[in-house]
Design a protein around this ligand. Sequence first.
Ligand code: DGL
Length: 272
Amino acid sequence: MSNDSPIGVFDSGVGGLTVAREIMRQIPNERIVYFGDTARVPYGSKSKDTIIRYSKQIIRFLLTQNVKAIVIACNTASAFALEECKKEFDIPIIGVVKPGAKVASEATNNGRIGIIGTEGTINSKIYSEFIHEINPDIKVFGKPCPLFVPLVEEGLLNDPVTDEIASRYLSEFKDKDIDTLVLGCTHYPLIRSTVRRTVGDKVTLVNPAYETAIELRHLLDKKHIANIKEYDSPSQMYKFYVSDAAKKFKDFANSILPFDILTTQQINIDEY
Ligand code: DGL
């Protein structure tokens, strides 16, 4: 492993691309190996034990790619598996929940924060825990939005169906007087405009990806493993793997990344 080794980034599917995209923007010298667990998405309704097992398999695969650090670009896996994975693997690993909690605590003026995420993330209460470590007086209101992930995976990013589901899920925040809402699932920034329309302009939307990329940059600097080499093209820097439906993933990735990816390779994650 050396400074020009890549960063491993993973999610249950396409959602983690919102984090990868932010890393590409903020730390443009870093190479990335992305894994989307498209065969086993969604993670949000599965048990903690299952998500720990999946996450460990993926990290074992990423280690075969010689990665120097790992970003769990999935709130559910960060909530359930980050601590277990840190214990098992001797490599720096960060998740997205702590950075998201930090930004939300800084963003709120009235001390009332909404969190939307998968059932796993919301029921784990991990966002409340981290926010209360920073400020115990903040009121946190969580709401699982399980249908958002399949809607995003199906590409229904601007669609009346997504609008309808969003207004049902988010209507309960109306009388909670929140001024900040955390997009606590990495799929949700892809329907940010729908969420914005539904909750109105006065609520600050927090995407944990931004702060996660900052935390990663600090980590690489602190460990003296940042890359200073420069590359000519994205294809030299970024590699994409999935556990199923490689073509669908590639088409989706090309619609949201600032460049076209040439290949996405399918692997059998159960071998790891
Ligand atoms: N994008 C993931 C998250 O941030 C998981 C969504 C899912 O697979 O349910 O929680």
